[in-house]
Ligand binder design. Sequence first.
Ligand code: ADP
Length: 505
Amino acid sequence: MEKYMLSIDQGTTSSRAMIFRKDGTCVASAQEAFTQHFPKPGWVEHDPEDLWQTVCNCIRQALAKANIKPGEIMGIGITNQRETTILWEKNTGRPVYHAIVWQCRRTAPLVEKMKEADPDFANKILEKTGLVPDAYFSATKIQWILEEVPGLKARAGRGEILFGTVDSWILYRLTDGRSHATDYSNASRTMLFNIQNLAWDEELCQYFHIPSCMLPKALPGASEFGYVAPGIPGLEAIAGVGIYGILGDQPAALFGQTCFAKGDIKNTYGTGCFTLMNVGEEPIVSKQGLVTSAAWSIDGHTTYALEGSVFNGGSTIQWLRDELKIIDHASDCDVLAETVEDNAGVYLVPAFSGLGAPYWDMYARGAILGLTRGTTKAHIARAALEGIAYQVYDLVNLMQEEAQCKITKLKVDGGASVSRFMMQFQSDILGCEVDRAAERETTSQGVAYLAGLCCGYWQDISELSALRHCDVCFAPTMPEEQRKRLLTNWKKAVSRAAAWEEKST
Ligand code: ADP
């Protein structure tokens, strides 16, 4: 009987299930979107029941499509949107509030207050958790729910309320309440987890007034997390199957891209861009605003990742399409960009919502510079694609500096990586190869690989490395002098976009 691995990917806008064969190819998949709730400006919530139901529906559909019989799924992996925070009752499994999504800014004032109250706050958080304090991470979201829901704080103190990121929530439901656990990579994004000793930090829990009895057990990513409970409608074919892998979405993509060696690096070009570098078995504490997380742990060895993100990646192309309306489809951008020989001195800084590392300027705003009477929409399309690539260059450059290593290749994936023009430009501006994966779903694949290693479906990482296929490898062709000139101009453009918005007092 042929056996398969099942991966569950619970994302920000949709849930997905995929079934993989031993050769790493996908047998069947299903995807379902769910409602986003925006109760106030800047607030983002999900209904935890929607997350669970869409996950169940996707598993059911994928199992049906592949005609899976009991005993054919050897193991399960879960990957997920990170930081999103859910609190539920231990007794009933009922959520006490909607999930507060990573994007939600409601606790930003809370973080600001803490920074003001304790000048050492940011340093302490960085040293222990590898994070730059921010409302993204789960800690202040937990704190907010505990304070806002009447009576909840006391109940949490009595051990009646559980917290989990989305992986924990799905695991809890799949195992019918038997497992309340998470993996190190998800724990790393709560701002409560000490990445040096890989344990919840009591001092931080006290700082945020969070009873530590609420927290899930933090386990290595490749672990026996639990077994699918019998009696879940439609999931009979996987009852009793083990969940052997959990990884947050970005580390899962790093694993799926088979970035197994120290210095291996990937970038995902989605709405935003996420660059992650494998930095080996010791965490690096960034001095310039990158964050560090524990990624995967296999057989007692933990791999750490350095991470940076570009706030506006593919969304810049959406802006050209939906707001400027200079293209009809995202793919037109490439066609247009290639109609001109060069950028004619035009630079687009997509700082629509500020700039992240290495600039960390929340008051920067988008800018198009170098316009002349001869500038056409083709130059703007080209400058937009180049602007995304420059931002990724800035991150990669910073990572090389902080990890003290020189990269030779950037592995890439994500919706906007289909742009040939941008990938070639990325390669030129980095001066290294850009290797686009043939596999579209590196995140789902990554966690299937990790779970498969844990349960013996695959034997070792060299077997996994052989499963990755390159779609196109872009090699740099730009003369060094030109590269330097473009980069100098990019820096100049960024400096003009910097600190544009007035700080509110
Ligand atoms: P996410 O997972 O963040 O939703 P995806 O990986 O699905 O994102 O990628 C979607 C993004 O890719 C969109 O922002 C879109 O503008 C961009 N995109 C899609 N096709 C192209 C293309 N041919 N050229 C440039 N960008 C593209």
